[in-house]
Design a protein around this ligand. Structure first.
Ligand code: NAD
Ligand code: UDP
Length: 323
């Protein structure tokens, strides 16, 4: 480790944020984890609470924050379609006001700031795979717009603060990422399928399951974010971070059944509005500028995630039995 920095992680009690806090602490940094626990939970970071370089603060990024830090990772925002559509106005506020507040903070304390943007800025893409130069195909008034347009506006703000105020920015476009600490009721496809398979319940395939996604394991993703933060000021992104190996959702369901040995059946449910038909990152830029590529194959990452959910379900059934 070269030097210890003070690093703010917003959304640090969420799925990705908690893994990022772990890795930053391992590297010897001081970590300030800020979260309003909207979708994240204290349990994700409870192993860090007594760590001398870790601090947990309840705060909503829609309001200004006055702290002194060297780097900011802005991850605060619900990420699952079920959760970000639950209170769409709040989702847009979090994405936009959160970006303004974190950029304002970065400007005042001269910190580097990294935005967790998303492949959703490409919407239902007509270019495949998606390079960063593709401008996207987003329905601005549909049910996903609160998230997609919120994140697009956040990118606009990042680049305007960079051009206007010389703020040092990094914009990562994150593609579907999965792993331990996803919430069991998160609603995203990997956690849904694993929990359903482990309970031998029906696996809910939306549409015909022919739509595709490319799934990145959380450790690879966090490595990509940290490499992006470590780049010189000339590297701003946007830069795609995701695993380019593409699967249909039906293939994902079949792999989960195979790995869990589940007796679950596939059942078809209506496809949600504006559900993107295909998604695959072009990671040429990440490979060139960050020397990054994902290392963990889907089956290996799924096996680790299944082991996590097995432990979680086991301990909650033990708790219920003791009550
Ligand atoms: P998550 O829901 O587990 O984590 C989000 C965290 O932000 C939660 O802890 C939540 O409580 C917190 N939060 C929400 N609103 C807040 C607010 N107003 N103030 C403070 N905290 C708030 O989701 P995740 O998968 O860990 O996603 C983290 C970030 O990465 C999000 O910004 C998301 O848009 C982005 N992202 C994730 C993925 C993915 O596949 N996991 C893909 C693309 C982008
Ligand atoms: N999906 C599904 N069954 C589920 C949850 C999701 O078939 O129980 C599908 C969903 O329609 C989408 C894909 O899986 O096509 C990925 O959904 P997710 O919510 O994980 O993320 P998205 O990439 O759509 O934001």
């Amino acid at each position: 480790m070269l030097s210890s920095k003070r690093i703010l992680v917003t959304g640090g009690a969420g799925f990705l944020g908690s893994h990022l806090c772990d890795r930053l602490l391992e590297q010897g940094h001081e970590v300030l984890c800020v979260d309003n626990f909207y979708t994240g939970t204290r349990y994700n970071v409870h192993h860090l609470i007594s760590h001398p370089r870790f601090e947990l603060m309840r705060h909503d990024v829609c309001f200004p924050l006055y702290v002194e830090v060297d780097e900011i990772y802005n991850l605060a925002c619900p990420a699952s379609p079920v959760h970000y559509q639950f209170d769409p106005v709040q989702t847009t506020k979090t994405a936009v006001h959160g970006a303004i507040n974190m950029l304002g903070l970065a400007k005042r304390v001269k910190a580097k700031v990294l935005q967790a943007s998303t492949s959703e800025v490409y919407g239902d893409p007509s270019e495949h795979p998606q390079p960063e130069t593709y401008w996207g195909n987003v329905n601005p008034i549909g049910p996903r717009a609160c998230y997609d347009e919120g994140k697009r506006c956040a990118e606009t703000l990042f680049f305007d603060y960079h051009r206007q105020h010389k703020v040092r920015i990094k914009v990562a476009r994150i593609f579907n990422t999965y792993g331990p600490r996803m919430h069991p009721n998160d609603g995203r496809v990997v956690s849904n399928f694993i929990v359903q398979a482990l309970k031998n319940e029906d696996i809910t395939l939306y549409g015909d399951g022919a739509q595709t996604r490319s799934f990145c394991y959380v450790d690879d993703l966090v490595d990509g974010l940290m490499r992006l933060m470590a780049t010189g000021d000339d590297v701003t992104g946007p830069i795609n971070i995701g695993n380019p190996v593409e699967f249909t959702i039906r293939e994902l369901a079949e792999t989960v059944i195979d790995l869990t040995g589940s007796a679950s059946q596939l059942v078809l449910k209506p496809l949600p509005a504006d559900d993107p038909r295909q998604r695959q990152p072009d990671i040429t830029l990440a490979t060139r500028d960050l020397g990054w590529r994902p290392r963990i194959q889907l089956r290996d990452g799924l096996a680790r995630t299944i082991a996590y959910f097995e432990r979680l379900l086991m301990s909650s059934s033990r708790r219920r039995a003791a009550e």
